[in-house]
Design a protein around this ligand. Structure first.
Ligand code: PEP
Ligand code: MN
Length: 346
């Protein structure tokens, strides 16, 4: 249920409305607009009397939230959520690009990647220390050593770190190093993990499951938010279909659908969606045109030597070309994108 306050409502009135709702056993969430405040109420709505609420001073209207995802829905918070991220924010005017290898492979390659992508406009560094691999015999990440390397590169470059957490038992450890906790496609419906990251005050990058609907993704975000953590970035990374020409099928339409349904920022991952290097730029441009707030992209100093996802990783020069290529699209959609530092080689 959402309570819309009248224009010019006082702080005391808002506090009083909240006390009323909380006394009935529900939780409240405030969305403060320029003229009005919206008070979202979460919990058993049958415990609230709409009639009684309408007579509380400052209340203008009371509406049920019809969507199954309450906190994530746009009705709940009409203003888009902005999440502080290093020197910028996610969900604001700037289109934010996070770049780095699929897996952290060692200190040198991470230091080199961090320096290069930062110089070319990346605002965040990615790299998996704990890797979900289809085969148990594939490289499964450097673990805590990988996290230490990421933290070190953050110090050197100033880039905030996005890295995956796969298990509830790792949450504390990963949160000790990461600026943003990535919950991967394979864990999108790991409800214990979603609950655990929801207890932290740390942004979560939630990737869409391979066979998850948009509604499933929003309900997964709701799990995190229902624990009190409102800082969720959704990520479209392609879904499984009958098509085999691409690694996954990039569901471009999911981006504007999500932007309409939720106030949460939406990212795209063109690397895992396409699965091939040459698809990364076109999918990135399309994502920006469709309204995405940013990208997470795989970049490697030498893709052919990568321990995972080499075929879809960009070289440094290709990454620079991508950042350059985004500029006209950013101008077309009225956004900014960090510019690259050096000219594109001929
Ligand atoms: C990744 O980001 O490296 C990754 C494993 O992504 P996804 O969970 O989307 O497959
Ligand atoms: Mn990968």
């Amino acid at each position: 249920m959402i309570i819309v306050t009248r224009a010019g409502v006082t702080r005391d009135e808002v506090d009083h409305i909240r006390e009323r709702v909380e006394a009935a056993g529900l939780r409240t969430h405030l969305s403060v607009g320029e003229h009005r405040t919206i008070i979202g109420c979460v919990g058993d709505e049958t415990l609230l009397s709409e009639r009684a609420l309408l007579s509380v001073p400052g209340v203008e209207a009371v509406h049920p939230v019809l969507k199954p995802y309450k906190l994530a829905s746009r009705e709940f918070s009409p203003t888009p959520t902005r999440i502080p991220f290093g020197a910028t924010e996610i969900g604001g005017e700037e289109f934010v690009v996070v770049a780095g290898p699929c897996s952290v492979e060692g200190p040198e390659m991470m230091a080199e990647t961090g320096a290069r992508v930062a110089a070319d406009g990346a605002r965040g560094l990615r790299g998996g220390a704990f890797k979900p691999r289809t085969s148990p015999y594939s490289f499964r990440g450097m673990g805590e050593e990988g996290l230490r390397i990421l933290a070190h590169v953050r110090e050197a470059t100033g880039l905030p770190v996005v890295t995956e957490v796969m298990d509830t038992r790792q949450v504390e450890l990963v949160a000790g190093y990461a600026d943003v906790l990535q919950v991967g496609a394979r864990n999108m419906q790991n409800f214990a993990l979603l609950t655990e990251v929801g207890r932290l005050h740390r942004p979560v990058l939630l990737k869409r499951g391979m066979s998850a609907t948009v509604k499933d993704l929003l309900l997964a975000a709701e799990y995190v938010m229902s624990q009190g953590n409102m800082q969720v970035v959704l990520c479209e990374r392609g879904i499984r279909t009958f098509e085999t020409a691409t690694r996954n099928t990039f569901d471009l339409a999911a981006i504007p659908v999500l932007k309409r349904e939720t106030h949460l920022p939406v990212f795209a991952d063109p690397s895992h969606a396409g699965g091939k290097r040459h698809l990364v730029a076109p999918l990135s441009y399309a994502a920006m045109a469709a309204g995405a707030d940013g990208l997470i992209v795989e970049v490697h100093p030498c893709p052919e030597e990568a321990t995972s996802d080499g075929e879809q990783s960009l070289t440094f020069d290709e990454f620079r070309g991508l950042m350059r290529g985004l500029e006209p699209f950013a101008a077309a959609v009225g956004r900014t994108v960090a510019s690259t530092g050096a000219p594109v080689p001929a």
